[in-house]
Ligand binder design. Structure first.
Ligand SMILES: C[S@@+](CC[C@H](N)C(=O)[O-])C[C@H]1O[C@@H](n2cnc3c(N)ncnc32)[C@H](O)[C@@H]1O
Length: 339
C-alpha cells in the first residue's frame, strides 16, 4: 500500500507576497531559488544590480530548445488544435503562457494562427523573448506581455484597465504552455491553468497539453538507496599516495542517516539492471488541463493507491514520473519527464 501524496501548491511561489515584503527605502530585487534542504522554491532578496545572466544560463532554456522530441510533440499538438479550430470555423487566437524563448508562440505564428499572445513573467527572459521573436520576423504577429499570467486581464471584459498596454483584448481559444517542472505541478501550474480558464480562455478552448498523469513505482535498488544516505567516497587514483577514502561518521544503530529529499534524475537513463520493480507503475494523479467538467483543478488533493507486489525485496526508492498528452486526437502521443 502507498502512503498518500499531496499536490504542491503555489503559496511559496506567490509573487504578490514577495512584493509586499519588498522594503520601500532599500532597493532590492527578489530572485526565486530552489532550497535543497526544504525541497521547495523560495524567494531570496538580492541587490538591485544582481547578475541575472547566471540565472538565465542555469535555467536550461537551451536544453529545452535542443529537446527535439518535446518540441516536435508540442508542434504536432498545436497543429492539431489549430486545424480543429479552423474546421469549426473559428478564428484562432493562441495564448502561450511562460513563453521563455518564445518558441511555442512562434510555432503558433508559423502555423498560421490569426493572433498570438505570449506571456513571460521573468523579466530577463521576457527581454530575451522580445529579441528572439523580432529576429525571427514575428514581432508584428506576437503580442508579448511581461508579467505573471495570473495578473493579465482581458480588456474587453474590464471597464477599469490599470495598464492597457499589457492586457489581452480578447480571450484566446487555444492555450499552449510548458510551465512544468520535474514534479509536474511544482511551478504553481495548477493556479496558472485555473486562472487562465477563468479569465483568459474561451469556454470551448483547447489546451496543449490536454492532460497529465503522474506515476509511482516502488523499487529495490542498491544504487538508488545511496542517493539519500551517506556512503564512502573514494578520491584520487592511488598513484603517489593520492588514493584516500572519506568514510561517513559511524552512527549509533538508532540514529537516522537518511534524508527524504527528492532526488531528480533522467529516469530513462537509469540502466534497467540497476533496479528491480517491487510493484508495477501505479497512476497517482490525473490532471485534466482542459477542465472539461467546467470545474477548476483542485489545488489540494490526496490519494491513496494500492498496488500488487510483484516480488518481495527491500523497498529502497519510489520512482515518480509523469506523462502529458500533447494531441487531443492521439491520447497516446505523450511526452514523458522523469523524477
Ligand atoms: C519550462 S519554461 C518553458 C519555456 C518555453 N515555453 C519552452 O517551451 O521552451 C517555463 C517558463 O514559464 C515562465 N512561467 C511559469 N509560470 C508562468 C506564469 N504563470 N506566467 C508567466 N510566465 C510563467 C517561467 O518564467 C519560464 O520562463
Amino acid at each position: 500500500m502507498f502512503n498518500s501524496y499531496q499536490r504542491y501548491v503555489e503559496e511559496d511561489l506567490n509573487i504578490e507576497n514577495s512584493e509586499k515584503l519588498q522594503p520601500q527605502t532599500n532597493k532590492h530585487i527578489f530572485v526565486q531559488a530552489f532550497n535543497p534542504m526544504l525541497g521547495k522554491m523560495e524567494w531570496k532578496s538580492q541587490p538591485e544590480d544582481y547578475d541575472y545572466q547566471q540565472e538565465v544560463a542555469r535555467a536550461a532554456f537551451a536544453d529545452m530548445l535542443h529537446d527535439s522530441e518535446r518540441n516536435q510533440l508540442y508542434y504536432q499538438g498545436l497543429k492539431s488544435a489549430i486545424e480543429k479550430k479552423r474546421k469549426e470555423g473559428e478564428k484562432v487566437h493562441v495564448l502561450d503562457i511562460g513563453t521563455g524563448t518564445g518558441l511555442l508562440a512562434m510555432m503558433g505564428a508559423k502555423l498560421g494562427a490569426d493572433e498570438v499572445t505570449a506571456i513571460e513573467e521573468f523579466a530577463p527572459m521576457y527581454r530575451c523573448a522580445k529579441k528572439i521573436i523580432e529576429a525571427n520576423g514575428f514581432g508584428d504577429k506576437i503580442k508579448l506581455i511581461g508579467k505573471r499570467s495570473t495578473r493579465v486581464k482581458v480588456s474587453s471584459e474590464n471597464s477599469k484597465i490599470e495598464d492597457e498596454e499589457f492586457d489581452m483584448k480578447e480571450r484566446a481559444n487555444i492555450l499552449v504552455t510548458e510551465v512544468f517542472d520535474t514534479e509536474l505541478i511544482g511551478e504553481a501550474a495548477i493556479a496558472t491553468f485555473n486562472h487562465a480558464h477563468k479569465f483568459l480562455l474561451t469556454k470551448d478552448c483547447i489546451v496543449v497539453p490536454s492532460e497529465g498523469v503522474m506515476y509511482a513505482q516502488v523499487v529495490n535498488s542498491d544504487v538508488a538507496s545511496k542517493w539519500n544516505s551517506l556512503h564512502t567516497i573514494c578520491t584520487g587514483n592511488g598513484e603517489l599516495g593520492t588514493f584516500s577514502k572519506l568514510e561517513p561518521p559511524s552512527l549509533s544503530s538508532d540514529a537516522e542517516s537518511y534524508s527524504l529529499a527528492l532526488h531528480d534524475l533522467q529516469l530513462s537513463q537509469l540502466k534497467p539492471e540497476l533496479f528491480k520493480p517491487i510493484t508495477d507503475p501505479i497512476e497517482v494523479f490525473h490532471f485534466d488541463f482542459n477542465c472539461r467538467d467546467g470545474k477548476p483543478i483542485p489545488l489540494r488533493e490526496q490519494t491513496i493507491r494500492q498496488g500488487a507486489v510483484l516480488k518481495s525485496g527491500q523497498c529502497d526508492a519510489i520512482f515518480m514520473w509523469w506523462d502529458i498528452s500533447m494531441d487531443l486526437n492521439q491520447v497516446s502521443n505523450r511526452f514523458r519527464r522523469k523524477i
